[in-house]
Design a binder for this molecule. Structure first.
Ligand code: ADP
Length: 175
């Protein structure tokens, strides 16, 4: 499902964030040490190869809400933007910290004049953020940031499950 908002095409689709060849920058739902692991970070690091962690190492640790940008190594993209989402129930205020992830990721993409970016549902896996609430925060944040971006033409949300996709589609339908 797609919708154009202020000249930026917003797409929600089901898929693997590590397999988005048409996208310039993909976002990693990272951990503080920027290491591989499960979920999104595992998929990104295994597709990118060990060079990604070598580039990440000196940039770690990062704090909740923070982002860093690296090359993509063996991934089919140009950049990886690593965001550390809040652990739900531990890192507070969770809504602000989660919003900061999206905001900082878009700031980096604008700095690099990126035209297309893809996000996973940050914090909604092991970090336990309730998906509906996280979806609302991601949309509110990107909608507030889009008017400030001169280069972005496409923003894609890549969801891993049919249930998450349905929630994102309902939200895109509303805006
Ligand atoms: P976090 O630690 O920030 O919660 P996770 O990687 O555990 O990050 O999960 C974030 C979300 O990404 C979850 O909804 C999970 O189902 C989803 N996910 C897991 N693997 C992938 C993947 N390869 N591509 C896209 N989304 C994924």
């Amino acid at each position: 499902m797609k919708k154009t908002i202020q000249n930026v095409e917003i797409e929600v689709s089901k898929g693997d964030i590590a397999n988005q060849p048409e996208i310039e920058a993909v976002v990693n739902a990272a951990n503080a040490q920027l290491t591989t692991g499960g979920g999104v970070a595992g998929a990104i690091h295994s597709a990118a190869g060990p060079g990604l962690y070598e580039e990440c190492k000196p940039l770690a640790p990062i704090s909740p809400g923070e982002a860093v940008i690296t090359g993509s190594h063996k991934l089919p993209n140009k950049y990886v933007i690593h965001c550390l989402g809040p652990v739900y129930g531990r890192d507070n205020p969770a809504d602000k910290l989660l919003g900061n992830c999206y905001k900082n990721a878009l700031k980096y993409s604008e700095d690099k004049q990126v035209k297309s970016v893809a996000f996973p549902a940050i914090s909604t896996g092991v970090f336990g953020y309730p998906i509906k609430e996280a979806t609302r925060i991601s949309f509110n944040t990107i909608l507030a940031e889009i008017p400030k971006l001169k280069h972005l033409q496409k923003l894609k949300f890549v969801l891993f499950s049919e249930a998450d996709l349905k929630i994102y589609e309902a939200m895109l339908d509303e805006v």
